[in-house]
Write a protein that binds this ligand. Structure first.
Ligand SMILES: Cc1cc2nc3c(=O)[nH]c(=O)nc-3n(C[C@H](O)[C@H](O)[C@H](O)COP(=O)(O)OP(=O)(O)OC[C@H]3O[C@@H](n4cnc5c(N)ncnc54)[C@H](O)[C@@H]3O)c2cc1C
Length: 467
């Protein structure tokens, strides 16, 4: 290791090779609490430096763990004792925005929020949005195929990505910085790196697709008494709003009552007695007609008893107050301590029975357990946040088994957003067939034959026989 570190120092400069306490004072998970165990953290300035570092690591068989903003929640960035961390924190360039083609080229270490702000200054929208926007990076977003609040309208980052530059395990630079929407010249190589969690290559730059900045935004919180009405209401609003529905967030009563309960800072925009709450939003281009269309669609839903109550935000502040309820994950995890957090996907028609089954099994084993449910229902993605009063690994494992086995039986997905990392790899077989996992390993071996890029993430072993 010492020999490599010396050579790497010549490439990136001594101030960009962190050792000892400079490493342990940093974290490799969220929320950051220090304790990174890597042998060294290297901070290259550009793609050529990443390539030169990887060439050395490849020759020496040195394991490399890539760090973005460290907001991933499945242990994907966790580094072991002998690992070398490659942090992209210095690669924060944002090119001039092309307002005609609506594109921007950014370094992989740029925080998501910086891209959103740069787009807005140019009168455009970068529609990817998630709670960790201030810390998470575009490289990390690509490596995890991040989604978030507006997936229902714009899709995940996969749909916002036109081109990628990445460095392979042996240092080869794949500069695929395409900037046109239509490009069918052979395999779409950028997609190889989307959701690959740092195991197939290190993303160094990306060309992102921007959209027109919406001029109007209509937001409402509505109450619903019947799970079947949720799907119907979603379909009706989507049709009535002509493709402008940009958020459809559902909170089960347990979530809403907990967050707006006694002593809460949020108040009660709607009484806490309803079974479900939907926070929905539509963005568009014409103030009066968008407002009229939004309110008419809600009135129609009220008239047909699909929804039982509704409050429409009358100002930016009221909109923010409604979103603050949905986004109060900190309040949630403090109330349900120690929290266990799951992000899963399944067909909307299956969700009600699934949630009932998990809740029943949890309370049979832990009578004092508590669980709340919420999520981006429009994308089939819900979050379960629960506590069984313990973080003991055996108890956590028992909870995971309940949550994922019930999901596997319904052909659900064990990771809607956060990836597999270390924490979910044992359960991958619930959502992927043996043949799919074998093909993934074949790809990994082809691109990284020495298994130096984020080894042990997604799969415990690259042997075909071990899932
Ligand atoms: C409060 C909060 C809210 C969140 N909400 C959402 C949400 O709504 N939707 C969602 O999808 N996720 C969400 N997340 C999870 C997380 O923010 C995303 O997974 C994010 O995309 C991770 O980006 P990062 O830069 O922090 O990556 P990191 O955590 O640093 O890394 C994540 C993985 O990507 C790899 N990686 C990082 N950078 C690169 C690179 N340049 N090249 C190759 N591999 C790389 C790492 O090795 C690791 O495996 C949330 C997290 C928090 C804390």
């Amino acid at each position: 290791m010492n020999n490599i570190v010396e050579k790497i120092t010549k490439i990136v400069g001594s101030e960009n090779v962190l050792l000892g306490e400079d490493v342990t004072s940093r974290s490799d998970f969220w929320p950051p609490m220090g304790g990174c165990q890597a042998a060294a953290i290297v901070r290259p300035a550009n793609t050529n430096e990443v390539s030169a570092v990887l060439k050395l690591c490849h020759a020496a068989g040195q394991a490399v763990v890539t760090h973005g903003g460290l907001t991933g929640l499945v242990g994907g960035a966790r580094a072991g004792k002998g690992d070398l961390v490659l942090s992209l924190e210095r690669m924060r360039s944002i090119s001039a925005i092309d307002t005609v083609n609506r594109t921007v080229t950014v370094g992989a270490g740029v925080p998501l929020q910086a891209v959103q702000e740069a787009a807005e200054e140019a009168g455009l929208l970068f529609p990817l949005d998630l709670g960790a926007r201030g810390s998470c990076t575009i490289g990390g977003n690509i490596a995890t195929n991040a989604g978030g609040n507006s997936v229902i309208r714009y899709g995940m980052i996969r749909e916002q990505l036109l081109g990628v530059e990445a460095v392979l395990a042996d240092g080869t630079i794949i500069s695929s910085l395409n900037s046109v929407i239509k490009n069918n010249t052979g395999y779409d190589l950028k997609q190889l790196f989307v959701g690959s969690e740092g195991t197939l290559g290190i993303v160094t730059q990306a060309v992102l697709r921007l959209r027109p900045l919406p001029r109007t935004c209509n937001t409402a919180l509505v109450a619903i008494e019947n799970f079947d009405h949720l799907g119907q209401f979603l379909g009706d609003m989507d049709a009535a709003l002509g493709g402008t529905l940009s958020a459809f967030e559902v909170m089960w009563n347990d979530f809403y009552s907990l967050i707006t309960g006694d002593g809460s800072k949020h108040g009660h925009p709607l009484k806490p007695e309803h079974l479900f709450y939907v926070l929905l939003e539509s963005t568009g281009g014409h103030e009066q007609s968008d407002k009229d269309r939004f309110e008419e669609a809600l009135e129609e839903a009220l008239g047909s008893d699909l929804i039982t109550d509704a409050v429409v935000a009358q100002s930016k502040q009221q909109r923010e107050n409604l979103w603050a309820i949905r986004d109060d994950i900190e309040g949630l995890t403090m109330a349900l301590f120690p929290p266990l957090v799951f992000d899963i996907s399944l067909e909307i028609q299956q969700m009600d029975a699934y949630v009932d089954e998990v809740r029943r099994q949890l309370s049979e084993r832990w009578p004092n357990s508590q669980m709340v449910v919420f999520g981006h229902l429009g994308d089939g993605n819900i979050h379960l946040v629960l506590t069984v009063g313990s973080h003991d690994p055996a108890e956590v494992h028992a909870v995971e088994t309940i949550v994922y086995a019930a999901l596997g039986r319904r052909h659900g997905v064990i990771s809607a957003e956060h990836g597999i990392g270390l924490d979910k790899r044992e359960y991958l077989h619930h959502s992927r067939s043996a043949e799919e996992i074998t093909l993934m390993k074949t790809l990994k071996r082809a691109l990284d034959p020495k298994n130096i890029l984020n080894p042990g993430k997604i799969f415990a072993s690259l042997a075909d026989t071990e899932q």
